[in-house]
Design a protein. Structure first.
Length: 108
């Protein structure tokens, strides 16, 4: 079985598969498991706060405007697909989202 990559080129930018855990002590990307980037968010999963926090987190980590980050799938699910309109490469996005994991294990 071929595992699908969690970050890949799509249209005018990137598509990122994430699994969100809300109510964390801080917002951070923690690992890649089964082709999904696991992200802990400080926000609560009520009234769209966790989705807003996820868009803000991705925007900040990739250094792109929030207007270029959108939730393509998974509005009310922990499993989500994020689309980012950017010129960043997959390698650049992975390095920005998981710098500590990259340093420990090599390319993700």
């Amino acid at each position: 079985m071929i595992e699908q990559d969690w970050c890949r080129l799509h249209g005018e930018g990137l598509r990122i598969a994430v699994q969100v855990t809300p109510n964390a002590s801080k917002s951070e990307a923690v690992d890649v498991v089964e082709g999904v980037l696991k992200i802990r968010l400080k926000a609560q999963p009520i009234e769209g706060k966790a989705n807003e926090a996820l868009i803000r987190f991705i925007s900040d980590q990739l250094d792109v405007p929030k207007s270029r980050v959108s939730l393509a799938r998974g509005l009310s699910s922990r499993q989500k697909i994020i689309e980012v309109n950017t010129t960043l490469t997959v390698a650049q996005a992975k390095a920005a989202l998981l710098p500590l994991l990259q340093a420990r294990t090599g390319p993700v």
